[in-house]
Design a protein around this ligand. Sequence first.
Ligand code: IPE
Ligand code: IPE
Ligand code: MG
Length: 224
Amino acid sequence: MNPLKHVAIIMDGNGRWGLKYKRSRNAGHKAGLNTVEKIIKETIKHKINFLTLFAFSTENWKRPKKEVNFLFNLLENFLINRIEDLHKQNIKLKIIGSKKFSTKLNKLLNKSEKKTSKNTNLQINLALNYGSKFELINAFKIMKKNKTYINEKNLSKNLQTKNIPDPDLLIRTGNTKRLSNFLLWQLAYSEIFFEKKLWPAFNEKDYNRIIKEYKNIKRNFGKI
Ligand code: IPE
Ligand code: IPE
Ligand code: MG
């Protein structure tokens, strides 16, 4: 049975779900938050140490302003209402991506990270304004500036995911088979599951089915 330390998820399909069932993309984003809560609970049950959630990409700024604003309001309210409970559950929150948001949201994110920084039960990495190509370029720039020798270990150390083991498992919901600029370096040897269901429809049962299948895969890492 494969150990499972780190699950990464591309939570895709909110907009389509919202349009289909509530005639609004934003209603889909709101519903997607319920799935986030369910999956966090289930991740704890499985004693998985790291959960990385792709919430907003560097390319998502190209969406209509109304949708972008709705998403960040949703996040703000989530943090305001739920951080205390996450803290009580001994969950550590870490943001990956560039914190180029409103002063209010930046403060809230920093406060939430600081508050939960010593927690040890589960680390949630929230990918916000995250783009893997930007992250890689940035790492090379830092290494060049510091005259750091370029090798795999040093590159990993200069990514925002430093100190986080690479994902064992990547799940993308929403019925498309692509990475959309997510963790390109870190996913080199991850097991990848593309799930047809849209994120708001994804549930514990689907998650458990994938985890069960993952555990029985023969992972080779180049060996036989
Ligand atoms: C994923 O759902 C959430 C974000 C990118 C913020 P989408 O909003 O991409 O939903 P679809 O893919 O348009 O259905
Ligand atoms: C990926 O979904 C980003 C997130 C889930 C946050 P997108 O919906 O932005 O991806 P593309 O544009 O369809 O590739
Ligand atoms: Mg999408």
